[in-house]
Design a protein around this ligand. Structure first.
Ligand code: ADP
Ligand code: ZN
Ligand code: ZN
Length: 802
């Protein structure tokens, strides 16, 4: 038997499967999707078996055997192996990268395997019974050394034992002490008979045990059920009627118990949307739906009821959310509806906890997964529904290899499983809305808020006017007045600081020098709490200087509006206000998002102040005011999606107001009120924005009218970077047809990161059959030759920002 293996070596000539002989003793054990170690050159490297076959072109003497078998149960399904091949072609990555990204990181860390008895000992083949003795778990190594992997695999198939993996850095496995009643009926009867008759309780318990041989309880459960004291129990343990065992428990990442919710009676719009989804589900059609619903229109309720039908059909559902740690309310709603059937792949989980959740998914112990981007690879085998909430979010695109988009992967998997996909958003990406208009996706629309509330009224405030009238504070008079009214009425508000593309920096007021990172061409960010400057690209830190490094002036100070600054301004203007601040500084600790939001929900503060992380998902009845302190910062990014992002952000954050009974009001402060992304956010109406933005995209030849590819070349030496970027562009111009636009090479907007100079080039095309082959060839040139000169080249076929 021959195993076809993809090895864990990321190098061009290696990016293909290699054949290895499967030693006889492993023939019954190996399957496609198992990990192995194989000899590769002088080393032993990790590999994935992608297929098993009988024939090979490798000559007899040259064929090497597998050197180690890491799994006897596959870690990747056949579907995943096919998906990896598709991703390799689609994103031009190494196949090994595509395979690795599908697995939880715990499988790449140091770990230990143990075998756990889940059935009873006497069901096991005799040779394994011996190894177990009277233990409930034994190390995997023990079975391997004894040469009993075949029996083990058989027993796993029979459901008598399970392999569990314990991640080493994880420290102690969480175990609980449990009580196991002796398995041997005859012996139990004997013990019962030997107990003196006057020890009535003991006799009663011993007789009860005869009927419950082999059963496992917690000691508390046991004593409660039989209404006995621990003394009685201990007496029986002493006589050998039961033993204590250690049982591994899943580390439950949930601290609070969700209150169960029931399906709501749907509004007419929700009903129409749901019915179309259910029809596709019933007919097993891989339809992609774009659920475009204004904020508060009840998209989540549609998801929940669609999932319910999926579960009723015995199928599983995968729900993706942009950044799960930022949306605790969202995952809570899934837990509340489906309880234990939900696994939440929270980014705050440790490696071990994530792995536990992944195993529950793999074993089918849960039926719904809620998670960020990589949850799209959840190893369910019978998926009935995929959901991407806030489908326009850029976090769905992975920035490193493999540069996949979760939306594309979900759609691929939906075709494999013949099931629908729901893309939901109040502000869909232009690409998705254009596809819906062309009927590539099926558009479902929710135009009204679920409880008939009207959308909040939005007022745009020109901050230039405020300045002219002598108001130098960060609050316009209108917003300040609105805050005062809320404080009086004891209603809550959200103040939003748009910090995308913006940070507090240190500026010399005499010569204009901004303190830059010494490794990257970007200004250092000021962190007040530690009085330090930090680079957000490479992590470099330094003390805040007291004089300008260029002109030695003492007039150097930080500039810009950070959340901390806003907080102190609030206290200055509104001394009675209670403020909760939510930003990177206050949410560093695990669970701090939840704590802040819970406190706000309980009414412990009047104002929730924060950055992008408060823009989405919040649903609090008492919020009646949203203030956007600075709308334009994200407009100034050198990116064709800057207007789209700004509009999305303003619409999302406005949607936090007036979601329940009380009407909401929104104030958007800006220095560019005439920009259409800001003007149109007043109406919170997506379509006019779409129409206008589409005209811009057409005029400047950007997506969705054209596809773009971003090619980036970096080197420590600026001349080398420029030279090879030039070579890449020349070569592309030669290969690609006339109507393909090639822009560049130009220095990237942040021209140096981690001491590497960056040049980039943008390809714009509509139809270019030759493109993939050309890019593959470019990558080959790079991987075989340029890489030796210290060049790094990346190709991003659908960049989320440029
Ligand atoms: P979206 O995700 O579209 O922003 P949500 O799903 O958060 O909207 O719904 C907004 C509010 O309306 C929530 O408080 C939700 O419980 C409520 N809601 C949704 N659907 C219904 C319904 N059919 N009947 C009553 N309330 C609903
Ligand atoms: Zn200076
Ligand atoms: Zn840096």
């Amino acid at each position: 038997m021959i195993a076809q293996v993809i090895v864990d070596v990321a190098a061009y000539p290696v990016d293909r499967p290699f054949d290895y002989a499967v030693p006889d003793e492993w023939q019954a054990l190996v399957e496609a999707g198992c990990r192995v170690k194989v000899p590769f050159g002088p080393r032993n490297v990790l590999g994935f078996i992608t297929a098993l076959k009988e024939e090979t072109d490798v000559p007899q003497g040259k064929l090497k055997p597998l050197s180690q078998l890491l799994d006897i149960e596959p870690v990747l399904t056949g579907e995943m192996l096919q998906l990896a091949q598709w991703m390799t072609k689609q994103t031009l990555c190494f196949e090994i990268d595509a395979l690795q990204v599908m697995l939880p990181s715990a499988l790449r860390a140091k770990y230990e395997k143990t075998i756990h008895l889940t059935g009873t000992l006497d069901e096991l083949p005799a040779e394994l019974q011996n190894l177990f003795g009277n233990k409930s778990s034994i190390p995997y190594k023990k079975v391997e050394v004894a040469g009993l992997l075949k029996s083990l695999k058989y027993s796993i198939g029979q459901g008598i034992v399970q392999i569990k993996t314990v991640v080493k850095q994880q420290g102690q496995v969480k175990v609980v002490r449990k009580l196991k009643i002796l398995d041997d009926e005859v012996k139990l009867q004997q013990i019962a008979a030997d107990i003196p008759k006057r020890a009535k309780k003991q006799v009663m318990v011993a007789e009860w045990m005869v009927d419950h041989k082999g059963a496992i309880f917690t000691p508390e459960e046991f004593c409660q059920t039989l209404d006995i004291t621990t003394a009685v129990l201990n007496a029986l343990i002493e006589k050998g009627a039961a033993t204590y065992i250690q049982e591994e428990v899943y580390r439950d990442p949930f601290t609070k118990n969700a209150v169960k919710t029931k399906p709501l009676a749907l509004t007419d719009e929700q009903e129409v949307a749901l019915q179309q989804i259910l029809t596709a589900m019933k007919n097993e059609l891989p339809t992609t739906f774009l659920l475009h619903g204004i904020t508060g229109s009840g998209k989540t309720e549609v998801y929940l009821q669609a999932i319910q039908s999926t579960l009723e059909k015995g199928k599983e559902a995968i729900v993706l959310v942009p950044e799960i740690s930022l949306t605790p309310q969202m995952s809570e709603r899934f837990r509340s509806r489906f309880g234990e059937l939900v696994a939440v792949l929270h980014s705050g989980l440790s490696k071990g906890e994530k792995y536990d959740e992944w195993r529950k998914i793999q074993r089918g112990e849960v039926k719904v997964v809620v998670g960020a981007r990589s949850a799209v690879f959840a190893p369910f085998t019978n998926v009935g529904l995929f959901i991407l909430d806030e489908e326009h979010e850029s976090t769905y695109k992975q920035e490193d290899s493999p540069r996949y988009h979760a939306r594309d992967v979900a759609i691929w998997r939906s075709e494999f499983h013949q099931c629908p996909v729901i893309l939901g958003s109040a502000t869909p990406s232009l690409e998705s809305f254009a596809r819906a208009k062309k009927q590539v996706y099926t558009l479902l629309t929710l135009k009204k808020r679920a409880m008939q509330q009207s959308l909040p009224t939005v007022e745009i405030i020109d901050m230039r006017e405020q300045l002219k009238n002598g108001n130098r504070s960060m609050f316009s008079e209108e917003l300040a007045e609105a805050i005062r009214i809320r404080l009086e009425k004891k209603e809550q508000m959200v103040l939003f600081l748009n910090r995308r593309g913006f940070s507090s920096f240190v500026l010399c007021r005499d010569c204009g020098t901004v303190v830059q990172c010494k490794n990257c061409d970007i200004s250092m960010t000021y962190h007040r709490s530690q009085e330090k400057l930090k680079c957000h690209y490479c992590g470099y830190e330094e003390q805040v200087p007291h004089e300008c490094p260029e002109c030695q002036s003492e007039h150097i100070r930080f500039f810009g509006t950070g959340t901390q600054k806003v907080e102190s301004e609030i206290y200055k203007f509104f001394p009675e206000a209670r403020v909760l601040r939510m930003d990177v500084d206050t949410t560093r600790q695990k669970g701090s998002h939840e704590r802040i939001l819970d406190a706000f929900g309980r009414g412990e503060a009047d104002i929730l102040l924060g950055t992008q992380m408060i823009a989405k998902g919040l649903d609090f009845p008492n919020i009646t005011l949203v203030g956007v302190l600075s709308a334009d910062t994200s407009l100034n990014l050198p990116d064709f999606r800057a207007a789209e992002r700004t509009f999305q952000l303003l619409t999302q954050v406005s949607g936090r107001a007036g979601r329940h009974n009380k009407p909401g009001e929104v104030f958007i402060q800006t220095y560019t009120p005439e920009h259409y992304a800001i003007e149109l956010s007043k109406e919170q109406d997506y379509e006019p924005f779409y129409v206008q933005e589409m005209q811009m995209r057409q005029r400047f030849a950007y997506p969705p009218y054209y596809y773009v590819v971003l090619i980036q070349v970096t080197h420590e030496d600026v001349l080398m970077a420029a030279e090879y970027a030039g070579k890449a562009v020349d070569w592309l111009r030669m290969q690609l047809s006339q109507n393909v636009g090639i822009i560049g090479p130009t220095a990237a907007s942040i021209s140096r990161v981690q001491n590497r100079y960056r040049y980039q080039c943008l390809i714009k095309y509509k139809k270019e059959p030759n493109l993939t082959a050309t890019l593959q060839q470019l990558i080959r040139m790079y991987r075989t030759d340029w890489v030796k000169k210290g060049i790094q080249l990346t190709v991003d076929l659908d960049p989320s920002s440029i």
